[in-house]
Design a protein around this ligand. Structure first.
Ligand code: BES
Ligand code: MN
Ligand code: ZN
Length: 488
């Protein structure tokens, strides 16, 4: 069953009603009814962040959930307090199989504080709705096992139809990104990715072109061809266009449907997570979907290089020299640094063909990003101060923190090669940054920002832990880029 968010009176015709308030608003909770007053009076609910309590009553809605939004001084900020509290209520309700419909009532001053951090009250309520939908997500698996329980409906109060429409657009984008990233690599291979993109394009009336081997060869896309050559499934470059008028923006998303490492094969444990190596491309799909549904005033093009990085008799090899779309030659130091090679062709092509005002890329590019920042922030690198600062702010507002790392020229030395213009790897140190320095060679000097989402694209052993990240893919990047596009 696919959940649905709605707005309206949350205290009637629901199986459970949740009340959301911060620590300073225990009085508001106590005024709800004698039962809640009693429980709060006992001191058994203090509205700490992620604290929930479930109560039963005989009259009215039979189940009451209280979900805390913590204090005013939480480091995560007010809108994130709101998201977390709403999501925690959804998660609590989901544990009860008999609950199909959940109402959520948010205390007013929390909405107002959240509103101050973004574009006002409607924006804050939209954020809460999207968080509710994200918490209500489950990847629908094939087979006969018991399916995870999701709520048929989550109704938020306050809210109106306009807010709801915007929230659904964003939430659907996140769902799409998650579905694509979560899908097993045998189904969502480069062929499957093309199919998903075509379905999206016809549903939303987007322009679509898919370049296959023949065209990739005549265009000279040596990166995509080299990486994709080791697989029995043809590599391709998927291009989606949405024309809303306004600034020209290109979003490039890494879609390595499966990263076995190529001839520099990964060990089994590392390979187990590599169906998620298409998360950047999945996010790019979610971004165009949401932007189109929101009718944002931008000319957006999404470029998704889709490949499998496999070992075989046709694989590219260590020390090969390949030639990229923009003519730059690359010595292969490691076939497992494949993401930057396919991204490079897509970036160079985007720069030349679309002349974008802004280029963005999202990629699960390096394990080094996880070493540097763990699972709680993406790594952000850019050649443009204004764009970097806008993106950093958009990411924080969206609840998807991104932390900037430098891209000073001195790092480029690590990429030097004796046989080609550059190597594809830069050694052990600053691996996040040298990967970005490699990509920078392909953006033709245009304003560009790179998000390395290796640590945040799916829920790993150490996070990211948020009640709106149930498990598997997080859809990271969809909300950030939508926030950025709205701020242009
Ligand atoms: N897809 C991986 C990066 C990755 C690793 C993402 C772990 C998430 C979790 C990427 O293609 C890769 O293998 N990178 C190498 C680069 C190295 C060979 C320079 C890495 O990070 O080890
Ligand atoms: Mn790799
Ligand atoms: Zn990879």
């Amino acid at each position: 069953m696919r959940g649905s968010i709605v707005v309206g009176n949350a205290r009637e015709s629901v199986d459970a009603v949740a009340y959301i308030a911060g620590r300073e608003k225990l009085d508001w909770l106590r005024s709800i009814d004698p039962l809640v007053d009693h429980v709060v009076g006992l001191g058994d609910f203090r509205a700490e962040l992620e604290e929930t309590v479930l109560l039963y009553r005989r009259d009215g809605v039979p189940r009451v959930i209280l979900s805390g939004a913590g204090g005013e001084d939480e480091w995560i900020g007010h809108v994130e307090r709101l998201r977390v509290a709403v999501a925690a209520a959804v998660r609590r309700a989901r544990r009860l199989k008999s609950v199909k419909r959940l109402g959520i009532v948010v205390e007013e001053s929390l909405v107002e504080k959240a509103a101050g951090e973004g574009a006002g009250k409607a924006w804050a309520i939209e954020q809460a709705l999207v968080a509710a939908d994200m918490a209500n997500y489950a990847y629908s698996l094939h087979g006969r096992g018991e399916k995870p329980h999701v709520l048929a409906e989550v109704r938020l109060e306050p809210g109106d139809d306009e807010v709801l429409e915007a929230a659904r657009a964003v939430a659907e984008g996140v769902r799409l990104a998650r579905d694509v990233a979560n899908a097993p690599a045998n189904i969502m291979n480069p062929e499957g990715l093309e199919q998903a993109a075509r379905e999206l394009a016809s549903r939303l009336g987007l322009g679509i072109r898919v370049l296959h081997c023949e065209e990739l060869e005549s265009l000279g896309m040596g990166g995509i061809l080299a990486v994709g050559g080791g697989s029995d499934v043809e590599p391709r470059l998927i291009i989606l266009e949405y024309h809303g008028g306004g600034k020209r923006v290109a979003v490039v998303g890494k879609a390595v449907a499966f990263d076995a490492g190529g001839l520099d094969l990964k060990p089994p444990q590392a390979m187990l997570e590599m169906k998620y190596d298409k998360s950047g491309g999945a996010a790019a799909l979610g971004i165009v979907a949401a932007a189109a549904r929101l009718r944002l005033p931008v000319d957006l093009v999404a470029l998704i290089p889709a490949v499998e990085n496999m070992p075989s008799g046709r694989s590219y090899k260590p020390l090969d020299v390949i030639k990229m779309y923009n003519g730059v030659t690359v010595e292969i130091g490691n076939t497992d640094a494949e993401g930057r090679l396919i991204m490079a062709d897509a970036l160079a092509y985007a720069a030349e063909r679309y002349k974008p005002d802004i280029m963005l890329d999202l990629a699960t590019l390096t394990g080094a990003a996880v070493v540097a920042l763990g699972n709680h922030a993406a790594a952000l690198m850019s050649n443009n101060e204004e764009l970097a600062s806008k993106l950093e702010k958009a990411a924080w507002r969206a609840g998807e923190p991104a932390w900037r790392l430098p891209t000073w020229p001195v790092y480029e030395k690590q990429l030097e090669s004796k046989t080609a213009d550059t190597n594809n790897v830069g050694g052990r140190w600053a691996g996040v940054i040298t990967a970005a320095k490699f990509l920078e060679k392909f953006v033709d000097g245009r304003p560009w920002a790179h998000l390395d989402i290796a640590g945040v694209a799916w829920v790993q052993e150490k996070g990211p832990w948020k009640p709106y990240y149930p498990s598997g893919a997080t859809g990271w990047g969809v909300r950030t880029v939508i926030e950025l596009l709205r701020s242009l």
